[in-house]
Design a protein around this ligand. Structure first.
Ligand SMILES: C[S@@+](CC[C@H](N)C(=O)[O-])C[C@H]1O[C@@H](n2cnc3c(N)ncnc32)[C@H](O)[C@@H]1O
Length: 236
């Protein structure tokens, strides 16, 4: 049974869903990916290597995993995490006591920042949840200075047939059951594989990024193809 909302109701549905799962989000993430998600975010950040005085924006920051990773990179800079689900940022607030990092409430499709405000943008497991992926990348480009960089981490589907089958069984059967057993919201963890199936494959996502304000787009798969990291540069 599909739990995917219609596009015109997606923002409300997604915000309510993440508000419900916020307290257990980090634990489920670590469990679901066997802790690999941390290494994927670290790889995305290393790929853009923000300079020490960079201003970096993390879009759909959730509990702020990217913010925590980025902060040590920019001792003279600033890291801003933006999300429209305040309970997610609230659940991660204990990690962020550094004055170089901030959480801001806002929508990825209407970022509350001036043009060219940031040197770099990261986004992890977020664009799958927005109602208009192209508009989200265009909005990220708007707030990034020309020459600034983007790192996007998102789910993907393994290419190799057997791995793909195992991955499907794991995400569509095992994960919702584990979520239920742990008292997490099983609907949310059914939404995850269903939204992932609908999400553009990495090669198509690269095109979408390139068509919406970014150049030098490249990507690579991680986790046996379960996720992909896209890196790009803002048009000069
Ligand atoms: C799966 S979580 C990812 C959190 C974090 N980036 C990470 O790597 O774990 C997706 C986050 O995107 C946020 N989100 C989804 N659509 C959004 C939008 N249109 N504007 C702002 N935040 C959004 C959700 O509220 C949620 O916190």
């Amino acid at each position: 049974m599909s739990v995917l909302p219609p596009d015109d109701d997606k923002a409300r549905y997604v915000a309510q869903m993440f508000a419900r799962i916020a307290p257990g989000y980090d634990r489920m993430n670590r469990l679901m990916t066997f802790g690999l998600d941390r290494g994927w975010r670290a790889a995305a950040v290393s790929a853009i290597a923000p300079p020490h005085d960079a201003r970096v924006l993390d879009v759909g920051t959730g509990t702020g995993d990217f913010v925590a990773l980025l902060t040590p990179w920019v001792p003279q800079g600033l890291v801003v995490g933006v999300d429209f689900t305040v309970p997610m940022m609230h659940a991660g607030r204990w990690r962020h006591v550094d004055r170089r990092s901030q959480f801001v409430a806002g929508d990825a499709l209407r970022l509350p920042f001036a043009d060219a405000r940031f040197d770099a943008v990261t986004t992890g497991f977020t664009v799958r949840n927005v109602s208009d992926i192209a508009a989200a990348f265009a909005e990220m480009a708007r707030v990034t200075r020309p020459g600034g960089v983007l790192a996007c981490l998102e789910v993907a589907r393994p290419q190799q047939a057997l791995v793909r089958l195992g991955h499907r069984w794991y995400f569509e059967i095992v994960v919702p059951q584990v979520a239920r057993a742990l008292g997490a919201d099983p609907t949310a963890y059914t939404y995850l594989p269903q939204s992932a199936r609908r999400f553009p494959a990495p090669e198509r996502l690269a095109e979408l990024i390139a068509d919406n304000g970014w150049s030098h787009v490249h990507y690579w798969r991680v986790g046996s193809g379960a996720a992909a990291i896209h890196v790009a540069r803002r048009h000069a």
